[in-house]
Write a protein that binds this ligand. Structure first.
Ligand code: MG
Length: 372
């Protein structure tokens, strides 16, 4: 094996306006302010990663990711890009948390190394080319009538499943929303809900019991992240399966939650675990516990979601797919990568790496920091 090393890293803070504000119980988002990392090797090949720091979930900002990215980049220059586990461990030693910025580096490394091997990322990760993946689309937390309108529009667009943002107190308002949506879309369209930590135990218990006949696949993060006591109580009694999202960032969280029966399912996001390397560990822990997972995202472009689709193809216990963030952006600045089909199946092709890159004309709008 030739001695290829990491020679240059570019850090590019980008901004993409959302078509309309994306509203969850923690507030509204109008722009995706993401950070792009490009890692070059001494042979002139490069890999691209992307992260979308959510202040209210990661405790990270775009400015913070750029500042720390300079340190991470300096630490990786001159090293062998293939040693991904070592690089992930180094990043974790350099700073606790900061999963978002670490994810962008991890994603760029996996893209680069799979390109060096001439393999599409799913094949590099020994995934299943034939796995069928369909995405949901998400209804923002809005007044009931607006949510019904959105749900009907998404049904008309052919989405095979809808995810509905909830988490307002009192939760009886959320129950009214879900009854109205279920009545409007009919019995056959699968629905899933996400309270984004908006309820407390009482509100969550009432809502979950009241929604038990609405055929809801699962409920993400009903109470405060990390409130393991109430999560255990809810998981024991809920008629709707509970999915841990903000509570499970990485594999250590997955072990804690599953070993204490604090959730029935896990939502895996590359941007929570620090990238593909640690997300593989989350999926493996879930598999050991015979637990189903979902893949989800923040407000990444098609580039971040392309990497996520390749990862998704590795794990047969990932049976739910929330891959809609690029659909909320007012422009698509990505060349290549994953494709949405008419029936909302999501596919990737056999281009080496994750197959996606940012359009150079799009990147020209933003400052580039170079670390050599
Ligand atoms: Mg969620």
């Amino acid at each position: 094996m030739r001695n290829t090393t990491i020679h240059k890293i570019e850090i590019i803070p980008i901004e993409i306006k959302l078509t309309e504000p994306f509203v969850i119980s923690k507030g509204a988002l109008t722009h995706a302010r993401n950070t792009v990392i490009k890692i070059y090797n001494t042979d002139g090949q490069y890999g691209v990663g992307e992260c979308c720091p959510y202040r209210s979930i990661h405790g990270e900002t775009q400015t913070g990711t750029v500042a720390f990215a300079k340190d991470l980049a300096a630490a990786l220059i001159g090293s062998n890009p293939r040693e991904i586990h070592k690089h992930v461990a180094l990043m974790d030693r350099m700073i606790a948390g900061n999963a978002s910025v670490k994810c962008a580096f991890d994603m760029a490394l996996y893209d680069l190394v799979s390109k060096m091997d001439g393999l599409p990322l799913y094949a590099f990760l020994q995934g299943d080319r034939d796995k069928k993946i369909f995405t949901d689309n998400t209804v923002s937390l809005l007044p009931k009538d607006k949510m019904v309108e959105k749900a009907l529009k998404f049904k008309e667009m052919g989405f095979p499943v809808l995810k509905v943002k909830l988490g307002e107190r009192s939760s009886s308002k959320d129950v009214d929303r879900m009854i109205a949506i279920r009545n409007a879309v009919g019995e056959d369209l699968p629905l899933r809900v996400d309270a984004n930590q908006g309820w407390n135990y009482i509100e969550a218990h009432r809502a979950l019991q009241a929604m038990k006949d609405l055929h809801i696949e699962h409920c993400e993060e009903p109470v405060q992240a990390g409130n393991i006591v109430d999560q255990i109580r809810l998981t024991a009694t809920s008629p709707i399966p509970i999915m841990a999202d903000e509570t499970v960032f990485n594999h250590k969280d997955a072990y804690k939650v599953l070993s204490q029966h604090a959730a029935h399912m896990i939502n895996i996001k590359l941007g929570k675990s620090g990238g593909i390397c640690n997300s593989m560990k989350v999926a493996a822990i879930a598999q050991a516990a015979d637990v189903y997972c979902q893949t989800g995202s923040f407000s990444e472009s098609r580039l971040g979601i392309s990497a996520l689709v390749h990862f998704d193809m590795v794990w047969d216990n990932i049976i739910f797919h929330d891959l809609d963030s690029p659909l909320m952006l007012s422009e698509d600045p990505v060349i290549g990568g994953m494709t949405y089909h008419k029936d909302w199946q999501v596919t990737v092709d056999d281009t080496p790496g994750h197959g996606a890159d940012f359009d150079p004309n799009f990147l020209k709008r933003f400052d580039v920091l170079v670390v050599k």
